[in-house]
Design a protein around this ligand. Structure first.
Ligand code: SF4
Length: 378
């Protein structure tokens, strides 16, 4: 899994154009970008079984090129209307994820070419993989990926509960709480067999599936006949894939539990679907669930993020600790194409995000590529 030498030279150049200063930051970002956007492609005509699958970093190059183009003309990015007095669980979650992401999302309309791939992927995941799509045929679906994903007992409980509300249905109701200034729509509200109402928020997290058939490359050992042993090893790796539930997602569920008044919500589930790609299509291979309720501890977490977010909006700026920039998070961030803060050049985030800060920097074009046309053949 890697860039070709030409791709790597060009990618480093594009990163410097975007504003990255340190080689170790460039290397870390590019490696994580590869994990997010790199894909296996099959060549059915390849006679040599060792060459049947090849890994392509083309999508990474396309994303970097698109980001440079976007930042060359920041005035072209349509601005969003200022958000009103209400806050949503999604915006609070975004604040908890990254203050820069929160500010960008409130500043710019994201519909540019840069975000299209993410939007399309999001729609596909939502339409085909969501709980709502699976709820109807839970009992009958024999797809081994889903059977493995559904081994979690909490998922079974959700499937056996009565759906009351689906936030992604057309004309889904928006819930308001005038007292707290909240407006939002959860993914789902269900009623369990004891008659208790609960809220569910589902998230899709891209994670390599060790059992991914697209990634199972024939190697010499397998040709020698120890495929079964290899598969067992992969199965064990898959079982060990750990879940870590992020604060931003937890806070989102807490926001629904605290602010929704139409239903007496007793608890909430945060569902993680780990997905990978098979023949270019996303599929779920593992599910994790965290049960949440309002306690002193969870309320303190919720209140802390809410207070910080409101103070940031009122003041219009906040310090930004560049030491906390995390290449893994940035490479997977859907707002990364708009973000200047991942370069570690900026120590303050303004609200809303200032398009005047978006720019490209001068960088030396790699001498090894001088004879190449940039963007052609990468
Ligand atoms: S790219 Fe990184 S710093 Fe920028 S908004 Fe996303 S997570 Fe935050």
């Amino acid at each position: 899994m890697k860039y070709t030498p030409r791709q790597f030279s060009f990618a480093q150049y594009l990163m410097r154009r975007v504003g990255f200063l340190h080689q170790q930051d460039i290397d870390a970002y590019l490696q994580h970008l590869l994990l997010v956007k790199g894909r296996y492609h099959v060549n059915p005509k390849a006679k040599n079984p060792f060459k049947r699958w090849h890994y392509s970093a083309k999508a990474c190059m396309d994303a970097l090129l698109a980001e440079v183009e976007l930042k060359k003309s920041p005035k072209q990015i349509p601005l969003r209307q200022p958000s009103g007095p209400y806050f949503s669980a999604t915006s609070l979650a975004r604040y908890a994820f990254c203050v820069s992401a929160f500010s960008i999302a409130d500043a710019f309309e994201q519909g540019s070419a840069v975000s299209n791939e993410w939007i399309k992927l999001g729609e596909n995941l939502h339409q085909t993989l969501r709980l709502s799509a699976q709820h109807a045929n839970y009992g009958e679906n024999r797809d081994p990926f889903y059977r493995r994903a559904w081994q979690n007992p909490a998922i079974g409980k959700i499937f056996r509960s009565e759906p009351i509300y689906m936030g992604h249905a057309e004309l889904a109701k928006l819930f308001f709480n005038d007292e707290t200034g909240f407006a939002g729509s959860p993914d789902y509200i269900f009623r369990d067999r004891e008659g208790l109402f609960f809220v569910v928020e589902e998230k899709f997290i891209q994670q390599r599936d060790p059992m991914n058939p697209s990634a199972l490359r024939l190697d010499k050992e397998e040709l020698k006949g120890i495929l079964e042993e290899k598969n067992l090893e992969r199965q064990q790796q898959w079982e060990k894939l750990a879940f870590y539930f992020f604060d931003n997602h937890i806070v989102q569920v807490l926001a629904y539990l605290y602010n929704l008044v139409e239903y007496p919500l007793s608890y909430g589930y945060l569902v993680y679907w780990l997905y990978d790609f098979k023949d270019g299509e996303p599929y779920v291979h593992k599910a994790g669930v965290k049960k949440l309720s309002l306690t002193n501890e969870t309320m303190a977490l919720y209140q802390r993020y809410l207070n910080e977010m409101q103070t940031f909006k009122e003041r219009g700026n906040i310090n930004f600790d560049v030491l906390k920039v995390n290449a893994k998070k940035c490479a997977a961030c859907s707002l990364s194409p708009y973000c200047m803060h991942k370069t570690k050049r900026f120590h303050t985030v303004h609200y809303p995000y200032r398009s005047a800060d978006l720019r490209v920097y001068a960088a030396e074009f790699p001498s090894v590529l001088r004879s190449e046309l940039p963007g052609n053949g990468f």
